[in-house]
Design a protein around this ligand. Structure first.
Ligand code: CA
Ligand code: CA
Ligand code: CA
Length: 472
């Protein structure tokens, strides 16, 4: 529980999170079970922080900026690292930092900090009843040089991000008595109040890709202190008009972030009790669930190319940043529209995860989505193998060891579901290095899946290639 206290700038007391439905009670038991639910796409952890808050992508998608604490550090500082976890640099070293974000041109970062508030009460970025009044907004270059302070008062300013044109810094403040959204120019001289709602506590705002609308979350001021807390997602224009409520569910809808397609947002809510990440279609209001883990999963953001999800999770203990390749979800319907959380979507996800995990040589991810008994039948090259044991030990493992630089892409995927059985047909394209040789192939395949205890598992696979041309 203690480790959650520094949990930052999205404006929610983690005490409240705990009271929202037992989020923390799973912490310990979930420690070793990272990403074992087959409905969840493979994830990988980035960085080796003692505790990490939210991460945001650089404009080129190659770096993450994060407020985090290394072992031995008392407070969260701003860090930048490559998305493969290398080249970790600490950018700041004073006070408590929160809510950092890259400018779209990559030349600036914005963050909020108590670095000049030595004489103020410390406050707590994670407790809306005690936000640090000494928190101010700063910009700097990404190497930490040229730090400039933009706010000067005894109110809370944080939850900072940039507009897509780089002209505005969006932030949250209680300078006018309750939480409202504001934007200001990069020199701090022009400040514009966006919301005027004594009854709503706004925060966690980001510009949509159109540069006009803003996505944010808010809870009712009158509900503060109540046991069951509810928060909803909203859209508003940055001139304060066109307020639209996007969600109307009895959950704590939280930490929205726009997908670069402008049509979806990722966010988290606590229907399961422990917070999961979802993607919301703004037009249809339908959601796709993206995480399946009994730990805390939240603060989702999407890479500039729309293909990678970064989020924060306690699935291995301390809060850490994880990446998930969303290609199977994004590609599983035409036009890049994510599918929905039904059986067909789940079967598609398993089929595409099977290809993705094979491509990556990830035996554990494959083992998660195959049945482990004698129902397993695999037919390839005119041979039949029966049983998971035979297939996994004599075929799959040696093959994964042998093949390097694998490309395994599916196309023309057809999925049918009847009760607890499903079958999928597809075309495939395959490439790999085998020793000195580069092999390629294409063909068609079918998979048969069975739903067991609510999870779709592969029980049969049949791959078929056209006959090879006879060599001269
Ligand atoms: Ca302030
Ligand atoms: Ca307000
Ligand atoms: Ca969870």
């Amino acid at each position: 529980m203690m480790m959650m206290n520094k949990y930052l700038c999205t404006g929610l007391s983690l005490l409240i999170v705990a009271s929202l439905g037992g989020a923390m009670q799973h912490e310990n038991q979930s420690g070793k079970s990272a990403s074992k639910d087959p409905r969840e796409l493979p994830v990988r952890k980035v960085g080796h922080f003692a505790s990490a808050a939210e991460a945001y992508f650089s404009p080129d998608g190659q770096q993450l900026i994060v407020t985090a604490r290394m072992e031995g550090e008392k407070n969260h500082n701003v860090y930048i690292l490559n998305i493969d976890g290398t080249n970790v640099r600490r950018i700041t070293d004073k006070g408590k930092d929160a809510c950092t974000f890259f400018a779209p041109n990559g030349q600036y970062i914005v963050f909020s900090s108590t670095r000049d508030a030595d004489k103020m009460p410390p406050g707590d970025y994670a407790n809306s009843a005690n936000y640090p009044a000494g928190s101010e907004v700063y910009i700097a270059h990404p190497d930490g040089s040229g730090i400039r302070r933009l706010t000067f008062n005894t109110a809370y300013e944080a939850e900072t991000s940039f507009s897509p044109d780089g002209r505005w810094i969006l932030y949250t403040s209680n300078v006018d008595g309750n939480l409202e959204l504001y934007r200001m120019t990069l020199d701090g001289k022009k400040k514009v109040r966006i919301t005027h709602t004594p009854d709503l506590q706004e925060g966690g705002a980001f510009y949509m890709p159109d540069g006009k609308h803003i996505i944010f979350r808010a809870w009712k001021k009158g509900n503060e202190g109540q046991k069951k807390r509810i928060s909803q997602l909203y859209l508003i224009r940055d001139d304060g008009t066109e307020l639209v409520q996007l969600t109307n569910t009895p959950y704590f809808n939280w930490s929205p972030y726009p997908h670069p397609d402008g049509k979806h947002v990722v966010f988290a809510h606590n229907e399961t009790g422990d917070f999961e990440v979802y993607m919301l279609n703004i037009e249809t209001r339908e959601t796709v669930r993206l995480t399946y883990n009994p730990a805390f999963d939240s603060y989702p953001v999407i890479s500039p190319d729309g293909k990678t999800l970064a989020f924060t999770s306690t699935r291995e203990g301390a809060p850490a940043i994880y990446l998930m390749d969303l290609s199977p979800v994004i590609h599983s319907t035409a036009g890049g529209t994510p599918t929905f959380d039904d059986d067909v979507a789940q079967v598609r996800t398993v089929v595409l995860t099977n290809a993705l995990a094979f491509e990556r040589g990830d035996f554990d991810a494959l083992a998660n989505i195959w049945a482990h008994d004698d129902d397993v039948v695999v037919i390839e090259s005119g041979r039949m193998e029966v049983g998971w044991e035979e297939f996994s030990q004599k075929h799959l493992k040696p093959e994964l060891d042998l093949l390097k630089n694998v490309v395994y892409r599916l196309g023309n995927l057809h999925v049918k579901v009847r009760g607890n059985a499903a079958w999928a047909a597809f075309n495939y394209h395959f490439e790999a290095d085998v020793g000195e040789r580069h092999v390629t192939g294409q063909g068609t395949g079918t998979l048969v899946l069975e739903k067991r205890d609510g999870q779709w598992l592969i029980v049969q696979s049949h791959l078929s290639r056209p006959p090879r041309r006879r060599q001269q």
